[in-house]
Design a protein around this ligand. Structure first.
Ligand SMILES: [Zn+2]
Length: 480
């Protein structure tokens, strides 16, 4: 009798699992394919190429930044887009950052904001030579080459091209369109985007949505998914540099104690590595899986469709590769360490810095508690140096998300759009006081191996991608 009960329960469970899998349907839908809207792509490529030629490299130390490059860049933008200059209200914020307002017809509709940054990281050629010099802006073999082509002058230039193109046609948008371009994203965005956001907040402006750089359309990054995925960032992880310091009596290294300050500190660091913060299926992760799960091959789909039962397996699978692991938890990376200044002197003090990336839904307060409970040593000083809390998680049912999703399906019909959690940081987080729906998406399609070109060698963008990026913004403007 008992055995039949158990068999019956197993059968019931199987039926539930299968029904759930069958109901786990793709969220993709068809949209009429895009037309290129008569864009002059060689002119757009020349404009991007010109933008790349300005070495707008931001530095941690502003006194070392070549501000003439920024001045030249801002002037170049003004000259390259005469209609924007004439018809939009333009402000320069904090010297170099730009804010434009394009007035729409309907004052009852909330405005939208397209943002990007004009600064780039340096291009180092000491070890590896670039195929084309990094600030040449060479247009060759169907690509514009150079630092900033992917990260992220393309996003700024594409938005500007889209607006200039529509102005030429006499188009007036339904709602106000704002464009903002910060000048120091690569070093934290506190002088650029933060100041722009503060100015907007003072005016009481609330945006329907904000779109900034973020995930692209990328092939070969999600296990079990064969189609490219268009990653729309709905949240950013937080950031915390935590300094651990151990103080000890110094002295001569010929008569050492069993553990020096370096030894005590090392144990704490190893303990933190061995006791990582817990993996959590957060709201953002669940949202992502709801979109990507149905695109997976059958076994993966079966597991994701039944997350309620298989969450331990999902955590195991995702924890097994660095990107997946970073999506699930607050990560721990010990990056700096310092002890005595001489080989034969016992350290009076030893310190380490551990860089944590805090998962959305958690706080730096939770993190400090975690650290203290793991190292279990009151003599180790735990000191936050730089902390940025994670952002809020934007919705996937909002006007903004749907507008972006629709534009993606029109321009990249083979891709599956999906929300995701941004593992690094962008300027987008600065706009949290002026908008509740913030998305991070870069409208171009690349392969996973192209990702290393960003901040790396041979950064480049294809003309086809440039055209698609421009059309993407045209769609967002004309269909909103
Ligand atoms: Zn960037």
């Amino acid at each position: 009798m008992m055995i039949y009960c158990i068999l019956g329960l197993i059968l019931l469970l199987l039926i539930i699992l299968i029904v759930k899998t069958a109901a786990f349907k793709s969220k993709r839908y068809a949209v009429p394919p895009y037309e290129d809207a008569g864009i002059d792509i060689s002119k757009a490529a020349a404009n991007l190429s010109g933008a790349v030629r300005f070495k707008t490299v931001s530095g941690i130390d502003p006194s070392k930044t070549d501000w003439n490059e920024f001045k030249g860049y801002v002037k170049y933008i003004e000259d390259t887009y005469p209609l924007i200059n004439e018809k939009l209200k333009k402000e320069t914020i904090n010297g170099y950052s730009l804010l434009y307002r394009w007035e729409g017809k309907d004052k009852d509709k909330k405005p939208v904001l397209f943002t990007a940054h004009m600064d780039v990281v340096p291009a180092d050629e000491t070890h590896v030579k670039w195929t084309e010099p990094p600030f040449s802006g060479a247009v060759k073999d169907g690509f514009v080459w150079g630092r900033g082509t992917m990260d992220v002058k393309i996003q700024m230039i594409a938005a500007m091209e889209a607006v200039e193109h529509l102005l030429q046609k006499g188009f007036v948008p339904e709602r106000d369109i704002y464009l903002s371009f910060g000048h120091d994203e690569e070093v934290g965005g506190r002088e650029g985007a933060l100041e722009i956001a503060k100015a907007l907040e003072l005016r009481g402006i609330k945006f329907e949505y904000v779109i900034d750089e973020g995930g692209g359309v990328i092939e070969g990054t999600m296990p079990g998914v064969s189609s490219p995925v268009a990653y729309i960032g709905i949240a950013e992880k937080g950031f915390a540099n935590i300094k651990l310091t151990v103080q000890n009596e110094g002295g001569h290294s010929s008569m050492p104690p069993k553990h020096t300050a370096v030894g005590v500190l090392s144990k704490a660091v190893i303990d933190l590595e061995n006791h990582q913060c817990g993996a959590k299926i957060s709201k953002g992760f669940k949202d992502m899986m709801t979109f990507i799960g149905p695109e997976m091959k059958p076994l993966n789909r079966f597991i994701i469709a039944n997350m309620w039962l298989f969450s331990p397996i999902i955590k195991m699978i995702f924890s097994s590769f660095p990107e997946g692991n970073a999506m699930l938890r607050t990560t721990t990376a010990a990056t700096m360490m310092e002890g005595s200044k001489a080989p034969n002197v016992l350290p009076q003090s030893a310190s380490a810095v551990v860089n944590f990336r805090i998962a959305p839904g958690e706080t730096s307060h939770d993190l400090i508690n975690h650290i203290k409970s793991v190292i279990k040593n009151d003599e180790i000083k735990v000191e936050p140096l730089l902390v940025e809390e994670p952002t809020f998680v934007s919705g996937t049912e909002t006007y903004g998300f749907k507008a972006i999703e629709k534009a993606i399906y029109s321009i990249f019909p083979q891709a599956a759009a999906a929300p995701y959690i941004v593992l690094g940081g962008t300027d987008a987080r600065k706009y949290q006081n002026v908008c509740a729906s913030i998305y991070r998406f870069s409208p171009y399609q690349i392969k996973s191996e192209d990702l290393k070109r960003m901040h790396g060698t041979d950064e480049r963008i294809s003309l086809d991608n440039l055209k698609k990026s421009i059309v993407f913004f045209i769609k967002l403007i004309t269909e909103g």
